[in-house]
Design a protein around this ligand. Structure first.
Ligand SMILES: Cc1cc2nc3c(=O)[nH]c(=O)nc-3n(C[C@H](O)[C@H](O)[C@H](O)COP(=O)(O)OP(=O)(O)OC[C@H]3O[C@@H](n4cnc5c(N)ncnc54)[C@H](O)[C@@H]3O)c2cc1C
Length: 656
């Protein structure tokens, strides 16, 4: 029996089952009754394309006004109770399941041995927030301020992000005395929310090596940071996760923003509705006006109109896909001799990438090691008896591994990775790199990245302790009966840039995702130094005597002190690197002349109302695709905050 089957079986055993909290106001059958026909005959003010992380924030906030009618079109389904989604200790197990994951792949990535890299995306109500790893972290103040520096007034830490990050969350410090007394946890109320929809709290289970990992980082000169939420994320920390501590179930966009508001009659969600095109009116000589959308449900084509706005929230891969399918892009896209999409909206840009859809992503390397016999990691759940015991413990007391998650993080500046010669060499390499000045957007971004590189307060690498064998890439087989930890090494400010485009006029055909991983050699060199840092960590006390054994990459030799050469590490990086799934920037919020796709009010350039008074459609995009530059952390909290601010912008525009 698989882990999912066992946990599901334990959940559905009526004698012992405590039901997960559900909004009693809404009968289960209610929304199932919304048909595509009745949806299309509704007079909507706003249509939101994608019921994911950002989309559901907008749906909840815009429908607060009972006079406004909001429709949400979501391609996936609304799955209420799926352990792979709700149980924190089952994170990652929904990946690849076509019911809830689009399970995309990149095109072959030349600089990583022509491998295609797995690129999951949440499908269904809640989107990627329902299948992610629950890490709920904030970046450094400078990362948020960079969005303003790139041409977006007030999109900074003080005026926007701190305020909205606090609005999103209800932060609950640990109540379990064993965890509460962890010397690494602490927080200041000044920086955290107490009444927001998303619950942020802590794992109920700390793995055997948690404290050793933290103490080893300290012994390597990484200071403890007891609260990374204050705009300084550098240091070793215990991170919050998106979990409701009263049930120890995942808190995600559906549970936080949709379920509590699903009784509103002015909020209508249609699931299984795949948006294929935005309907545009192009009065001659005028900017483009979005009037409605076409979508497929059960293979049938429908169209629906919106009176005020159509808001794209289909995520970093599918927002640009829908734009291009609708004919919005920088240049015509030739799909084959016979088919091409003639774009009606052009931008002047010197960018070498002919794209309105430049993407960047965080890459990661899983550094896997065997942990000593008797240690418990998520791999231990492969033992049926142990799994049964843990399922019962979770169900009855909301404790144990299934109530657990990732706990320990280190955000490291470059001074922890390079000696002064190495630092200078890499800085010089960045300065001489002409690709960084070739496009106006990357040129401005690279000024910031170069400035941050030697800054001791700006993290370049994150190391986080995943208590299991992480296997999305080409890894050696795990040894029978052994359990593992993976220290994930994440490059935080990549310089490589790629693109996302349609590759077929068929809207059901996946977009062509080409992030061009490691195309900038500096990204590889930073990873090489980070691998050396983690190998050193394995040999530093107290980790050194914890009884762990390097597994991948392996020890060079069990007897000699000789270590892998830089070239051997480079080869290993190329063969192992995978995405940690943080694509952004495909509809970047930046000035038009810098290659931006949306302005600082999130409106797509080139689209505007000029039709009839009171009937006007702007076309904003609100999701991870608008973030112009990777931040030094995981993005979900920022996506929620951006959607909260977008809701206020849209409400203010309506009130005028
Ligand atoms: C496996 C994984 C682990 C991650 N772990 C973390 C983590 O631990 N912490 C963190 O901060 N971040 C994490 N992330 C990233 C983070 O979750 C995402 O960046 C964020 O949730 C994206 O939100 P979004 O609103 O941009 O898109 P989404 O939440 O993906 O929403 C897009 C929605 O649009 C729908 N849609 C797409 N196309 C169409 C269409 N044509 N018609 C109708 N609907 C459509 C989708 O089905 C989806 O519901 C992870 C991502 C993945 C994939």
């Amino acid at each position: 029996m698989s882990i999912s089957d066992t946990v599901t079986a334990t959940f559905s055993s009526k004698a012992r089952c405590k039901p997960v909290k559900r909004n009693k106001l809404v009968p289960r059958w209610y929304w199932a009754m919304v048909s595509a026909e009745s949806f299309c005959s509704t007079s909507f003010d706003y249509l939101i394309l994608g019921g994911g992380t950002a989309g559901l924030v907008l749906a909840a906030r815009l429908s607060e006004d009972p006079d406004v009618v909001v429709g949400v079109l979501e391609a996936g389904e609304h799955i209420n109770e799926m352990p792979e989604i709700s149980v924190p200790g089952m994170m990652g197990q929904a990946l690849g399941n076509p019911k809830v994951d689009w399970a995309f792949s990149t095109v072959e990535q030349q600089a990583v041995l022509n491998r295609k890299i797995f690129s999951p995306r949440g499908k269904g109500v809640g989107g990627t927030s329902a299948i992610n790893f629950l890490v709920y972290q904030r970046a450094s103040e400078e990362d948020y301020n960079a969005i303003e520096a790139l041409g977006n007034p007030y999109w900074n830490w003080k005026d926007t992000f701190l305020k909205y990050l606090m609005k999103v969350e209800t932060y609950v410090p640990p109540t379990d005395p064993k965890i509460a007394k962890d010397p690494h946890i602490g927080y200041t109320t000044d920086y955290h929310g107490s009444s927001g929809p998303v619950k942020a709290s802590f794992s109920a289970w700390f793995n055997d090596l948690h404290a050793k990992f933290m103490d080893t980082l300290v012994n390597m000169g990484v200071p403890i940071n007891r609260d990374t939420g204050n705009g300084r994320n550098i240091g070793a920390s215990v991170g919050p996760i998106s979990v409701d501590p009263s049930t120890m179930t995942r808190s995600h966009a559906a549970t936080a923003y949709y379920t509590p508001n699903s009784h509103r009659t002015n909020l209508v969600l249609l699931t299984g509705a795949h948006v294929t095109k935005i309907l545009l009116d192009t009065p001659s000589g005028e900017p483009v006006v979005a009037t409605g959308v076409e979508f497929l449900k059960d293979s049938q084509k429908f169209s629906v109109r919106a009176k005020v706005e159509i808001i794209l929230a289909a995520g970093a891969f599918q927002t640009p896909q829908i734009l291009e399918l609708s004919g919005i892009g920088k240049t015509d896209i030739f799909l084959s001799e016979k088919t091409f999409v003639r774009t009606i909206w052009f931008l002047q840009s010197a960018a070498p990438i002919k794209s309105n859809s430049v993407t960047e992503d965080h890459l990661t390397l899983p550094f896997i090691h065997e942990v000593p016999e008797g240690s418990e990691t998520f791999d231990s759940l492969r033992d049926p008896a142990f799994l049964e015991q843990q399922s019962t413990l979770y169900k009855n007391e909301r404790k144990g591994l299934l109530a657990g998650s990732i706990t320990a993080y280190g955000y490291l500046p470059s001074e922890k990775l390079f000696d002064s010669d190495g630092l200078t060499a890499l800085q010089n390499q960045m300065l001489q790199d002409t690709t960084l000045t070739a496009s106006p957007s990357l040129s401005k971004q690279s000024v910031l990245i170069k400035k941050w590189f030697p800054d001791p307060n700006q993290a370049q690498i994150e190391v986080l302790q995943f208590p299991f064998f992480l296997s999305f890439g080409p890894l050696p087989e795990r040894r029978e009966g052994k359990v593992y930890h993976s220290i994930m090494i994440i490059g935080l400010h990549p310089l490589s840039r790629g693109s996302v485009h349609i590759s077929s006029a068929d809207p059901l055909f996946p977009p062509s995702i080409d992030p061009r991983y490691f195309s900038n050699p500096a990204d590889l060199e930073i990873m090489v130094s980070a691998v050396k840092f983690v190998r050193k960590l394995m040999r530093t006390e107290p980790y050194a005597s914890a009884g762990c054994k390097m597994y991948d990459p392996p020890e060079k030799s069990a007897v000699s002190n000789e270590d892998l050469s830089d070239d051997e590490i480079r080869d290993w990086c190329r063969s192992r690197v995978i995405s940690i799934f943080h694509p952004i920037g495909t509809a970047a919020m930046m000035p038009k002349e810098d290659g931006g796709v949306v302005d600082s009010s999130l409106k797509v350039y080139g689209t505007k109302n000029l039709r009839v008074a009171r009937i006007f459609c702007f076309l904003p995009a609100v999701d991870a695709s608008v973030i112009p530059l990777e931040m030094s952390t995981h993005p979900q909290a920022a996506v929620y905050a951006i959607a909260e601010k977008a809701s206020d912008i849209i409400k203010t525009a309506r009130a005028r």
